[in-house]
Ligand binder design. Structure first.
Ligand code: ADP
Ligand code: ASP
Ligand code: MG
Length: 478
């Protein structure tokens, strides 16, 4: 609750709180979720909660669906039993009085899941649509448990599917995008609940106009959170996770990575796009469009202030703020003097890739125009090759070469714009380590310089730059 200044009348704040897979992994963590959301609600503020699946459940659903479609005698029973056991254990811990109702809901959902898995096996066919329906079950289970835990503590609370909460998406199953109509639908459906409930919305999922369930891409609950925060016109969107905030690098890779107190939306977008898993890349824009403050905080260390995402960031003397890294990408080179001065070549390359649904992550074109290099997900390499070979055959360019097992590293910081010499420092530091750079790209925002190295060199490159820019040391204006 904040004072609104004039006459010190207290105005309630409206929060959207998203809890990730680790934050709802078991009874102890869910107890913490209720503690955090409940404290806010008790102080008179409005809270909508978004949850991910319990950690590991979505991976299990993906594996199980794949087995049902491809193996002769699959048995989903042990997996389903382990999921039930996990939810039941959490319920017993945090919602003992709600056990009958909640476990009844879980069992009904498990029965639907078992039916669809059986249908996948009978048909030996896993369509993108049925896959999405199946993999959305993780959030269906966790939302039941979390809502029951809120009820146990005396709050009114019900689980709500992403679609029912108003998230309307296109039909790009597996990577669906929210449509603009979602905003008014969310407002109409969720805002009235906030007066006397803590709605628990299933992250990661939405639905199409014809009512089929879609998922928003792996780690997509962050995106759900931002779309919902924009829809309810939240004052703040809090992403509760298992680290203290957005850090100078992935702490699993760099043990002395440090939390960054404030980053701009742009910096966060660049970092997440290049693999900083702490936020989904699409989770910034919906909040940014409405000027909603995003905070990233640790469910297990809630007193720590975390990271705040704001429009322009805070001016910092630090030129480079953070580094991110994606492995398992592939490099595609299109070479040939035929391309020089010929309009439409880039268009032909990108159209051919788009037709095969290959997403291009980075682009670089030599100034001679005789080369266009692209970075794509390694899993799309076959489709990309099939898409581009016809362009070689018809003489658009001379040669197509590809390389697997490369890594893309992004060096991020808005201070790089107008700070001459940063590129020099980056590539000198890499040179000192004997790391060969295969491709370089700088976005026009100048908040990001990204480059590609061999897969093995990726972690070494991040380490070298973390040291070069002294990112583990606190800067006195932070
Ligand atoms: P959640 O389940 O809460 O959504 P995720 O596993 O998706 O959590 O994201 C949190 C993880 O992101 C952290 O545990 C950390 O290992 C990883 N990560 C990668 N890059 C960063 C970064 N720059 N800052 C913080 N965490 C990062
Ligand atoms: N449960 C989904 C996943 O594992 C979505 C999320 O966690 O954000 O990808
Ligand atoms: Mg996540």
């Amino acid at each position: 609750m904040i004072k609104n200044g004039e006459g010190d009348r207290e105005a309630p704040m409206r929060y959207l709180m998203k809890f990730g897979g680790t934050s709802v992994a078991d009874g102890r963590s869910i107890g913490q979720v209720v503690e955090l959301g409940g404290a806010c609600r008790r102080s008179g503020d409005e809270v909508a909660v978004v949850v991910s699946a319990m950690r590991g459940v979505t991976d299990g659903l993906i594996a199980c669906a794949g087995e049902m479609a491809t193996t002769e005698h699959p048995d989903a029973t042990p997996f389903l039993a382990s999921v039930r056991e996990r939810q039941a254990r959490a319920l017993a811990e945090v919602a003992p009085d709600q056990m009958d109702q909640a476990l009844g809901e879980i069992d009904a959902r498990l029965a639907s899941l078992a039916n669809i898995l059986q249908a996948v096996h009978t048909l030996r066919e896993l369509t993108p649509r049925s896959r999405d329906y199946i993999i959305s079950f993780g959030e269906r289970f966790s939302a039941v448990v979390v809502a029951a835990a809120f009820r146990q503590q005396g709050f009114r609370s019900e689980p709500l599917e992403g679609g029912a909460a108003g998230i309307l998406t296109n039909d790009c199953h597996g990577e669906a995008m929210a449509l603009p109509e979602s905003g008014p639908r969310i407002c109409e459906r969720v805002v009235p609940l906030l007066a006397d409930q803590v709605p628990v919305i299933m992250g990661f999922m939405g639905c199409t106009r014809d009512g089929s369930v879609t998922t928003l891409g792996r780690s997509g609950s962050d995106y759900s959170a931002a779309v919902l925060a924009a829809g309810i016109d939240a004052d703040e969107c809090w992403i509760w996770t298992d680290v203290d905030g957005v850090m100078t690098s992935d702490p699993r890779l760099i043990s002395d990575a440090r939390v960054i107190p404030a980053v701009s939306y742009l910096e966060a977008m660049e970092l997440s796009y290049f693999g900083a898993k702490v936020l989904h890349p699409r989770s910034i824009e919906p909040a940014m469009a409405k000027g909603i403050t995003i905070r990233v905080k640790n469910t297990f260390n809630p007193d720590y202030p975390g990271t705040i995402l704001i429009a322009d960031g805070v001016p910092s003397r630090r030129v480079v703020k953070a580094l991110s890294f994606i492995d398992r990408v592939a490099l595609v080179n299109c070479n040939g003097a035929q391309m020089i001065g010929r309009p439409g070549v880039a268009n032909a390359i990108f159209s051919a890739l788009a037709e095969r649904e290959v997403n291009v992550m980075m682009i670089s074109q030599g100034s001679s125009e005789a080369n266009i290099s692209l970075i794509i997900d390694e899993g799309h390499l076959e489709a990309a090759t099939e898409a581009l070979i016809p362009l070689v055959t018809c003489g658009l360019f001379r040669e197509l070469s590809t390389e697997r097992d490369v890594a893309a590293v992004a060096v991020v910081g808005s201070g790089m714009a107008g700070a001459p010499g940063t590129g020099g420092r980056i590539f000198t530091a890499l040179g000192r380590q004997g790391i060969n750079v295969m491709m370089i790209s700088q976005g026009s925002s100048e908040a990001n310089i990204s480059f590609v190295v061999r897969g093995d060199d990726g972690p070494r490159a991040v380490r070298a730059l973390h040291d070069e820019f002294r990112l583990s040391e606190r800067c006195d204006d932070e």
